[in-house]
Design a protein around this ligand. Structure first.
Ligand code: SAM
Length: 244
């Protein structure tokens, strides 16, 4: 299969993304550790620390996949802040559900729903927090996903995104490029047996808007008090904004 992302028309992107995550689901968690040398765990923990979930808060983990964010919320709150994990891919959700069973995390704490970020099956004003971790990059129409995030949040609710961003420091950027284009596809080949899927990953990171560009998209969607914080020199960043 060829996952040459830049040559894929918008109408075919969701199908491509579906094949990528359908194929990598069983090895997804191991691959994250291998590719990031475990650092994705630190980024996710910092993201959830910044969220500071408390009892009774209603949280959407959109494009939540195998539920790394949801499980961190459950751990911090003892399951008292109900999280809905919404993802378009049933294979990714299955892995998440299996992990929830193994950790004895019940439906009250974390619930799984198959859903498209571009048209969420939730009423207006349902959530206090909309979180999306490494998901936005995979959604074909980012402006639609942002509009849906805005819709399902309560007034005063918070949009939070963790995503690959742009490294600004030239030597670090050169090193990161070499790592991305050489090391990641090689790890993909040996661990996940799927080099093409991990080339998609690297290409999708290149194509995604830089920090300032994404903040202006948040503004266009209606969010206010928007901020962005770089992690690891901008390899990733967290974005935060509020529904007025
Ligand atoms: N949030 C998890 C994490 O941080 O580990 C999973 C991130 S994974 C890189 C991206 C996820 O986005 C996949 O599970 C994929 O199925 C999901 N996804 C892609 N397009 C989507 C869409 N349109 N709506 C909802 N989820 C989508």
């Amino acid at each position: 299969t060829h996952f040459g992302f830049s040559r894929v028309p918008m109408s075919e992107k969701q199908g491509l993304v579906g094949r990528v995550f359908g194929s990598v689901a069983p090895s997804y968690d191991v691959m994250n550790d291998a590719m990031s040398l475990g650092v994705h765990r630190l980024w996710k923990s910092a993201f959830v620390a910044d969220m500071a979930p408390t009892r009774g808060m209603r949280i959407l983990d959109c494009a939540g996949g195998t539920a790394d964010i949801a499980f961190r919320v459950a751990a911090r709150t003892g399951g008292t802040a109900p999280v809905v994990v919404a993802d378009i891919n049933p294979k990714m959700l299955e892995v998440g559900q299996k992990r929830a069973r193994e950790a004895s995390i019940g439906e009250k704490a974390v619930r799984f729903v198959e859903a498209n970020a571009e048209s969420l099956p939730f009423p207006d004003g349902e959530f206090d927090v909309y979180a999306i971790s490494f998901g936005m990059r995979n959604v074909p129409q980012v402006d639609r996903a942002l509009a849906e995030a805005f819709r399902v949040l309560k007034k005063g609710g918070r949009f939070m995104m963790l995503e690959f961003a742009k490294v600004d420091n030239p030597p670090a950027a050169a090193f990161y490029d070499a790592y991305s284009f050489k090391v990641i596809p090689a790890i993909g080949k040996y661990i996940a047996g799927d080099e093409a899927a991990y080339r998609y990953l690297v290409e999708s990171i290149r194509q995604f808007p830089a920090q300032d560009e994404f903040v202006s998209m948040m503004k266009d969607a209606g969010f206010v008090n928007n901020t962005v914080t770089d992690y690891s020199l901008g390899i990733t960043a967290t974005y935060s904004g509020f529904k007025p």
